[in-house]
Write a protein that binds this ligand. Sequence first.
Ligand code: KG4
Ligand code: ZN
Length: 336
Amino acid sequence: MKDIYILAIESSCDETSVSIIRNGHDDIATIINSQIDVHTKYGGVVPEVASRLHLENITIVIAECLEKANMELKDIDAFACTYAPGLLGSLLVGVEATKTLAFIYKKPFIAVNHMMGHMCANMIGNDLEYPLLSLIVSGGHTDLILMESESKFEYLGQTLDDAIGEAYDKVARILNLPYPGGPNVEKYAGLGKPSYPMPKILNDESFNFSFSGIKSHVNNLCHNAEQRRQKINKYDLACSFQNCVTEHLVSKTKKALIKYNLKTLIMSGGVASNSYIRNALKNMCESIGVTMHVPEKKYCTDNAAMIGAAAYILYRNKKFSDFSVNAKSNVKLESL
Ligand code: KG4
Ligand code: ZN
């Protein structure tokens, strides 16, 4: 069979990324241009600034990716991009660039849901066996999805309030740690002890998550300490928070694996780059005979390689988009 090369673009938040993926499996070239330095000055992503930077960078990143792959646009079999969910102004830049390329080169245009992209990061350089459980932990999502096949998904649970990445970012702010919050909270947690009492989170039979209560708990602890002029140990508080949310992730995921008798877990999303959480889930999986896959860290946070991997599944299932498809800030992932 002929090799299929897909050029994919990811621009849903603050990374302008372009990738060329062969057969949904091999990463030929990936460029990730992060805007983190600019947004750090504001303490978080400023949507208007993000879309302007995507516009400045997109053609440069496409050219860099082609050069790295030693390929030309005429060698590409299909053009793909993230169309939802994300920041609308940022998404529009990637969608418009991709449509233009597909139109000029008369090749299929493939619009990819960002969450499908995150899950498919596990397919880069890896072959998966179905059915499996997919845990997505990102800045906007905390989802448990049963994948019966590469094209059939069923939501088992999701967060009822904040996403786990959002909770990390908010706790970072409370502790006065710089943006991006998640990696900094992990660093502090690694140097502390779990000495602060934490609440029990949503200890029920559902597969849903909740992270806003623990964030408020951390906020109250800091606020009360401040009023009593007591010092907070940031390392210990970060460690207590991280242990608590990890325990919540592990217990819900374990329950779903057992209930549905699944033998494979895939984890993805920005928070999947957290070593403590990776290890805790890996240990739990080992204890119940489940194989766990987690992408290399560079494929956990936003990148175009995962969009290329997801686009290949859509390509194989002939799920091409027409040019009327537009960027959307929020769309739930559905089976193909
Ligand atoms: O998947 P992602 O890059 O973007 C979204 O689709 O949301 O995830 C970004 C989120 C942010 O909330 C960031 O703080 C969090 O992932 N994150 C982490 C770590 N690295 C990134 N959270 C905890 N520990 C980390 N090492
Ligand atoms: Zn993401």
